[in-house]
Design a protein around this ligand. Structure first.
Ligand code: SF4
Length: 324
């Protein structure tokens, strides 16, 4: 199932560094360590709180429904295609196979979330065919950036969880980071490359700031889990066929850890008081909740209190891959 979030252990591997090739065949292990669920911070939800505390509340605390856009769902489909591509033997990872995976991936996304059918006026809707073609174009964009036959990831859609000894621990729990890495490549030397695919069309400056925040988040989680600073953070922009690479250093990740601790402390303070303030910006254009937002003349629902479950900080496949 393309929407199945795999529970994967982080493990050492024996990969060769040159081109991050030759490999362990995408070993994926179940682990009891990641089975525990409790409030955690994900990159998307941390970015929400930074952008607008009220938006964070609407998504995490109130869990107000949102209608995914075609662009967001397309991102989910393309991520599923790339995950499936790397599950194939290397010699079968060609552009035609990638394009052929688009329709089945969409079928599976739709089967998991039947309400997404409302995005189109039926399967005969010509806009549906155009949309599927645009997903195939994004897959082509991937092949313009990399030859997947020369890459053997350690894992795709990798769940990482790492506990930090920072942030608000008044409630007896340290900050737990939780996120999904699109692809993890590991060399025989132990050097790690984190790869993230971007398919969206948000303003480039906002987009890149959020992407870098997300990549540092993963790098910090890996540093705490493996004791290794990832050698490379690689962003693949499939729409404009550009790759950005970033090399973090430990000092900046430790500074970033303090930043996340401060964000988590602020979230916990707001959780206790219920004071999640709106912070209007041009990103309001993508917000589904203007009708409940005081900045737009609306009123939020009564504050229901902080959720007990692991929903705090969670993210759906669409929100993870929607790029907004
Ligand atoms: S409309 Fe803007 S200010 Fe209001 S909740 Fe959404 S993002 Fe925040």
């Amino acid at each position: 199932m393309v929407t199945d979030r795999r529970r994967l252990a982080l493990s050492a591997s024996c990969l060769t560094l040159p081109a991050m090739t030759e490999t362990l065949a995408g070993e994926q292990h179940t682990t009891s360590a990641v089975a525990r669920r409790r409030p955690a911070l994900s990159p998307s939800r941390a970015a929400d709180f930074k952008q607008c505390p009220l938006l964070y509340r609407f998504r995490v605390v109130d869990r107000l429904p949102e209608k995914p856009s075609r662009s967001q769902v397309r991102g989910t489909v393309v991520h599923a295609v790339l995950e499936r591509l790397f599950a194939l033997p290397a010699h079968r990872r060609d552009p035609a196979t990638g394009r052929a995976l688009v329709a089945p991936a969409w079928d599976d996304v739709l089967a998991a979330s039947p309400e997404l059918a409302e995005l189109f006026a039926g399967s005969e809707d010509p806009e549906h065919a155009e949309w599927l073609d645009s997903a195939r174009t994004l897959v082509d964009g991937y092949f313009a950036l990399e030859d997947p036959r020369s890459v053997q990831p350690e894992a795709c859609e990798l769940l990482v969880e790492a506990e930090l000894s920072t942030g608000d621990v008044d409630d007896g729990e340290a900050l737990l980071l939780r996120g999904y890495i699109d692809r993890l490549d590991v060399a025989t030397t132990g050097e790690i490359r984190v790869v993230d695919y971007k398919t969206g069309a948000a303003p480039r400056d906002v987009f890149e700031a959020k992407a870098l925040f997300q990549m540092k988040f993963y790098a910090l989680a890996l540093l705490r889990l493996r004791g290794v600073v990832p050698r490379q953070l690689r962003l693949l922009y499939l729409a404009d066929r550009q790759a950005l690479t970033y090399t973090p250093d430990e000092a900046e990740l430790i500074r970033f850890e303090r930043t996340l601790g401060a964000i988590w402390s602020a979230i916990r303070r707001a959780a206790r008081s219920g004071d999640f303030r709106p912070n209007p910006s041009r990103m309001c254009g993508w917000c589904d909740h203007k009708a409940c937002c005081p900045a737009f003349g609306g009123s939020p629902p009564p504050y229901p209190g902080w959720p007990d479950s692991s929903s705090a900080g969670g993210e759906s496949p669409v929100s993870r891959h929607g790029d907004i």
